[in-house]
Design a protein around this ligand. Structure first.
Ligand SMILES: Nc1ncnc2c1ncn2[C@@H]1O[C@H](COP(=O)(O)OP(=O)(O)O)[C@@H](O)[C@H]1O
Ligand SMILES: [Mg+2]
Length: 405
């Protein structure tokens, strides 16, 4: 089993998928823009070969370099788990006639307007939305959709350039801030809780699935620096609170022609219980969500995903044992972390439930919280009881304070 895996070392969790592929018996042919000499020592044993490319995001260039690199060699799969690589992987698969998701199917997972059109065409509930390319188109679409509405890039990520707009003045301000974006989605604002629906699929059916709740919704978390955002996986997926979202998620997989691999969907739960589609990618969620899912069931999805992609089998138990919460912290002040208050007391009270404590240590420069949800580090904890897990997460959010100067 020879597998071309795009971007095997960056983002860092990609190294775990590379390991997983090697562990299920694949020869992994990595393609990335990390210089060969800078590949982590822990990654090298898992790579059969590596092609260093100058610009990993230059799709045409990557496709032609990989094609000449592989000339005369047979490969069985071309895979990617990083959002910006999934179309490149699909193009390579089509070029070599390999199994896996088609370019057209992958487009449905990358283009936020196309995905909603396909979801709506299947009779599933998605926000009303229009693709707009000019200020005039945006104003006209806003007139049809009405306030409040959301303006965001069609190909966005991490809530960047995403605006909630409640009147004409805000519309003009938001449009001013979006001039550098080619294509914008203008859509109905959905008010509610925000959750995920994550899967590892075989033939479009989840061999594994997960729901997690964002606290608060990502757009709010990215607007207010003082917030410590939390994400909690839901242990009990049989409860009515998540039933509509799970049904919606399974429907969306069919509507978009999912085949094999990870999916990460976001959905809204309105106060009347209705589930509304948000967005979906054909790749795993970021910001340690896969680690959270692993801690939820005590399994290794990095390896199980690899087994699915290579051999069509998922072998890990899917019994859910814990609600796993991750809490991201943001220091007060700029510059370098100087101290962390409240951590010792928190660990004394809840340490037995903490599975990871990766807060940046004094002396480390702060991360840009607008650029990365990871912010200044995280605490991950778990508990079989939802209320207890949520209470401890709230405690970590409110009683631990980091400072920088
Ligand atoms: N139609 C909508 N209604 C309400 N909130 C939205 C809507 N679209 C986006 N948002 C908010 O903006 C965030 C980012 O939008 P999303 O489509 O998930 O893009 P990305 O995560 O790729 O940046 C969402 O998590 C949600 O909080
Ligand atoms: Mg999102």
């Amino acid at each position: 089993m020879k597998v071309v895996f795009l971007a095997p070392s960056y983002p860092p969790e990609m190294q775990q998928y590379t390991r997983g592929l090697a562990e299920v018996g694949a020869d992994v042919y990595g393609v990335g823009d990390t210089p060969r000499s800078a590949l982590p020592a822990s990654l090298r044993p898992h790579l059969a070969d590596y092609l260093e490319v100058p610009r990993i995001l230059d799709e045409d260039d990557v496709v032609s370099r990989v094609a000449s690199w592989l000339r005369g060699r047979e490969v069985d799969r071309v895979l990617a788990n990083w959002e910006v690589m999934v179309l490149t992987a699909a193009r390579l698969r089509e070029r070599f006639g390999l199994p896996g998701m088609s370019l057209d199917a992958v487009r449905g997972f990358r283009d936020k307007q196309l995905m909603k059109e396909r979801v709506r065409a299947a009779g599933l509930r998605a926000p009303r939305s229009e693709r707009v390319r000019t200020v005039a188109e945006a104003r006209a679409a806003a007139g049809r959709i009405g306030f409040p509405l959301i303006l965001k890039p069609i190909a966005g990520a991490g809530s960047a350039d995403t605006h909630k707009v409640t009147d004409d003045a805000e519309l003009e301000r938001a449009l001013g801030g979006l001039r550098h974006v080619d294509e914008v989605s203008c859509e109905e604002f959905i008010s509610g809780e925000e959750l995920t629906f994550d899967t590892v699929c075989i033939g479009g059916k989840p061999a594994f699935f997960n729901v997690a709740q964002y606290l608060p919704p990502p757009l709010i978390a990215r607007t207010e620096e003082w917030i410590s955002p939390a994400i909690i996986t839901v242990r009990d997926l049989t409860q009515p609170r998540v039933a509509a979202g799970i049904a919606l998620g399974k429907g969306v997989l069919g509507a978009l022609g999912m085949v094999d691999g990870f999916t990460h969907m976001e959905w809204f739960r309105k106060s009347d219980g209705e589930a509304v589609f948000g967005e979906i990618g054909c790749r795993p969620g970021g910001a340690h969500l896969v680690d959270q899912m692993n801690y939820t069931c005590d399994i290794d999805l990095f390896r199980e995903w690899a087994r699915v992609m290579c051999w069509g089998r998922f072998e890990a138990p899917t019994v859910r044992k814990y609600n796993v919460a991750i809490v991201f912290k943001r220091a007060k002040g700029q510059g370098r972390i100087t101290r962390i208050e409240g951590l010792r007391d928190f660990m004394a009270a809840h340490g037995e439930h903490v599975v990871e404590e990766h807060l940046l240590r004094p002396g480390t420069p702060r991360r840009n919280w607008k650029h990365t949800l990871l912010s200044d580090g995280h605490i991950m904890l778990r508990h079989p009881d939802w209320d207890q897990a949520a209470r401890m997460a709230a405690d970590a959010a409110t009683t631990i304070t980091m400072y920088a100067e």
